[in-house]
Design a protein around this ligand. Sequence first.
Ligand code: GAP
Length: 434
Amino acid sequence: MSNRITMDTIVSLCKRRGFLFPSSDIYGGLASAWDYGPLGVELKRNVKAAWWKSVVHSRDDMVGLDASILMHPMTWQASGHTENFTDILVDCKNCKKRFRKDHVGKNCPSCGKSDFTEGRAFNLMLKTFLGAVEDDSSVVYLRPETAQGIFVNFANVVETARKKLPFGIAQIGKAFRNEITPSNFIFRTREFEQMEIEYFTRPEEAEACHKEWIETRYNWYLDLGIKKEKLHLRPHAEDELAHYAKGCTDIEYEFPFGMSELEGIANRGDFDLKQHAQFSGKNLKYKDKVTQEEFYPYVIEPSGGVDRGTLAFLTDAYHQEEVKGEKRVVLRLHKQLAPNKVAVLPLLKKNNDIVTMAKALKNDILKLYPCVYDDTASIGKLYRRQDEVGTFFCVTVDVQSLEDQQVTVRDRDTMKQERIATAQLIGYLKERLD
Ligand code: GAP
């Protein structure tokens, strides 16, 4: 059976099984806004936890931060967002529809005519007002990236965490952009989450450090199971680079709608700290305690999207195959990412002894791993249900279990079944899941 999938397949699985729902669904939804359901929220939390473990908890040169979404408006002047964070838009004079200039060819995608207005810059930052008065003095922006929260805290972190170069600050959080053409499910939305690192280094070490981060981040996706042939590194051409960047390489994934950016890893030079020093009047240079030398560090920025990552893991894990003449859909999610690690299934839901034993096992497993109990269908259906959401192991309790204190453990990927003594079950799971 072919494993070619479309976005519709993924969207439909996500809705059917509670990974994602349209936002405000009962009111007809809100364009490009999505809610993570019971399984989706677990998957997304696991993606973020795997990232945090890899870039913060496993390293002694990194610390974390959780800056606020609303920041002083000067932040965005210093960063260049007020002036430069724009898309150029054109209006079709015939049908009055508005498009991103770089997304339309000669003819209007809606009416086919070729009569556009001149391009006009449209700022992508979402505005709101702080306090009771809605005037120019109370305007603030919902941050369009988490990065600036890190730069404005650079001096605070250096002082309190006593970090020496090279070191980095990691942050996960929401960002907002008034995208003109949100598209492809959770790939491009107006509200999304980023996982960003600003890694500070001596200027002369920046290039080597940039290469290291590209490799580290590329391997992170591979280690979590993304297929190598679907993952690409794309260095930016000179004319593509943001005004501040000295170099940038994107990690791209081959989504059903084409090869698209998952994460960008940029060498931002000393642009950001210099800008914030100038606009705030604060000294944001780094002082080497040994040599007393003072300078602006260079910054390497691996900047990824949580939602894009989650979509890539979901898409990559999706497999359909034929088993005994029937279609089996299985999400081969990495064990760190699977929302549920174990499901306990009683073979006969009307047998009280089986149910009692199964529920007791489920409670034991729950102390260590996310585990569900399900008795609402036949065993074949229950297995398929768990396969479809990526549950690693199914543990089945049957009549024989009551006599020999053994259960059947079924592996999601191989579908192999083993009889395991209940006394050894936790050890068996630990060996395979930890
Ligand atoms: N601080 C650098 C920065 O924000 P970016 O390339 O604009 O760089 C980084 O964004 C990452 O954030 C992207 O690689 C993508 O994964 C995610 N991202 C950006 N815009 C997004 C959107 N509208 N919807 C979902 N994810 C988005």
